[in-house]
Every structure is written in structure tokens, then in C-alpha cells.
Design a binder for this molecule. Sequence first.
Ligand code: ARG
Length: 384
Amino acid sequence: MAPPEPRPIVNAWNEWDPLEEIVVGRADNANFDPTEPGYRPVIRGTRSAGETFPTGPKAAETIARANEELDNLAALLESLDVTVRRPDPMDFGKPLSTPTFDVENQYCSVCPRDVVITLGNQILEATMSRRARFFEYLPYRRIIRDYWNRDPRVSWTAAPKPSMADDMYRTEFWEFSLDERFARMHDFEFCVTQEEPVFDAADITRMGRHLFVQESMTTNRPGIAWLRRELEPRGLRVHTLHFPLDFFPSHIDCTFVPLRPGLVLTNPDRPLKEEEAEFFAKNGWEFLDAPEASCSNDEMPRHCQSSRWLSMNVLSVSPDTVICEEAEHDLHRLLERRGFNVIAVPFRNVYEFGGSLHCATWDVRRSGDCEDYFTNLTDIPAGD
Ligand code: ARG
């Protein structure tokens, strides 16, 4: 009998199978996120005081501190026998002038999660939603070409690039008061219109055959329709998820984080819409609310645009081992009580570069195949 075919060198069907190969971001040449129609960065704790957000390159020490934590994560993963690759340097200070938009500078290559995702043997590059991130796939292209050259089973797809022209955005979104946002929470209309397909890869979470995509500031309904049309012929199912109480949703990995078959770490401030939650319950999945984060939103690093819920942005190296930020003791205890081994690493200096441990990585290969964990009920009743 012929020996079993080894799996393709690109192979990841979920967020938890044993990790074999991963890309870890790097902070070199990072710039502050510019203000643009799809984004309004603010300094922590000064939302009303009107202090202006800095522009241009981040300070060398800020970059060095983040790189130290990113390098430390890379070394830890290597010590666990995971192959680690790093993006190529790129000049993010370069302004862009394209036929449809201009932007004063770009951002960084700390968060590959936002840009590219592995779906089985397929590498999929997202459209992206912000001008400063339009070309963020470039630092990963050498790595992607290498996988694609080495294994003919690897498929490589780039989603159509949106115009990012002024009329792709609803700038009035930024002016709504919190009361207005509360009143409109079921409209799921954010800063991107519904004209062009738009999605960031980090709005997708993988659970075997079923993918779940959050409607957000960075992913619109045509973006999800594009994913469905692209992926369903490949045998995957694409479901839309909504978290009505998240008024600034962007990237699902601080909101809904699957840890192993049957268990999702959930955000107590951002419950999943009821009909959608029922779909998980009927398939025997349990939601485990994350404990309070170790600090308040105002105590997050001054230039960090993410919430304190970066606490739950964990990276699974297997169904029983999870890498967490070192300060999140309550989360460590909760996960340990549930039978997980927790590996704690410092990562707070990475926060202002767009995220934590899950955001700053792109898992390329995990052992394990495509399983169906939703056999009882296969559609979200509200027409997903
Ligand atoms: N919007 C999320 C929050 O503040 C942050 C998500 C970061 N995730 C990422 N993949 N960059 O809670």
C-alpha cells in the first residue's frame, strides 16, 4: 500500500489544532495609523479632550520594545517545534497616491492576521478596508510565493481590491453619539458602505468546515457574500455573526475565540445575537465568558486603538495549550480550571501596533483535517 500522502505545507482548518508553522509579525518601520475615512485614531482617555493623534513614524524605542516581545514569541514557538517565519521589511512611511485615493503614510506588518488567512490548503489575501493598509500584503508575498512554489497543492487567492475612494465610506458614522449607536445597533451599518465587497481576514474565525464572519467596520455584507461565493464551492460553509452591543466592531478575535471543539471564549460585553447563539447551542457548543481584563480601556497604552479585550486575543498551539498575555491572571486561572496549559508571555508593548497574540500571527499549518462540528443544525435560522 502507498504511504499516506503528507498534508499540504499549507493546511489549517481551525484555530486550535496542533500548530506546525506560523508567521509572526514584526514592528520595523511602523507608522502611526493615519486618520482616514475608514478610521479615526484617538489617544486613550482623551476622546473628548481633543488631543490630536500623532502622525508619521513611531519612535525607535517603541518599535524596539514591540520587536523584543514579538521576537520572544517567535523564540517560544520555535522551542515548541513550530516553524516560524517573519515578514519582509517594507517602508510604511511612504505616502500612497493611487487612481482612487491618497493617504499620507501606511501602517505596519505587526498583524498578519488582518491581511491573510489559511483556509485548508488555500492562502487567501483579504481586500482590506483601510487605505493605509491597502498594500499590507506585500511583506508576506515572498513567504506566500515560497509555499506556492514548494507544493502544487497550495492554492493562492487574492480578493478583489476595493477602490477605497471617498464614496466607499460613510464618514457620518464617526459623528454618531453613543445613544444613537445604541438605537441603531441592529442596523449593522458602520463606516464602510455596502457597494464594494470589503473584508479584513481577522473578521473570520475557522471551525473546520464552518467559517464564521463578523459584520463590522472592516467587513461589509458584500465582503461576506464574496467569501461565501468563493468558498462554498470548495465545501466550506460561511455564516455571518453579529454582536449588536459592539458599536465599533473590527476583527472577531477579541469577541469570539474558539479554543477547542465545542468551546468558544466569549466576550461578556458583546454577546452574540440570540438566533446565532442558538445555532451553537443546538450543536452542543459551550460559550465560556472571558473574565474581566487586567486593566480598563483607559489604562491601555496611550496609542493603542484596541479595547482591553485584547486580553482574550489568545493563540492556541494545540487543543489543550494556549498562549496568553502575562498580565491576564484571571484568564489563566479560568483556562487552567478548564484543563488548558497556559503559557504566559509579555505582549503589552505590541498593543499599539494593532493587537495581541492572535492578531500578530498567521498560522500556516496545523495538523488535522477538515471536520464538521455542526452536524445537528447546519444553518443559522435567521437566514445567516
Ligand atoms: N476591535 C478589537 C477590540 O478592540 C481589536 C481587534 C484586534 N484584532 C486584530 N486581529 N487586529 O476589541
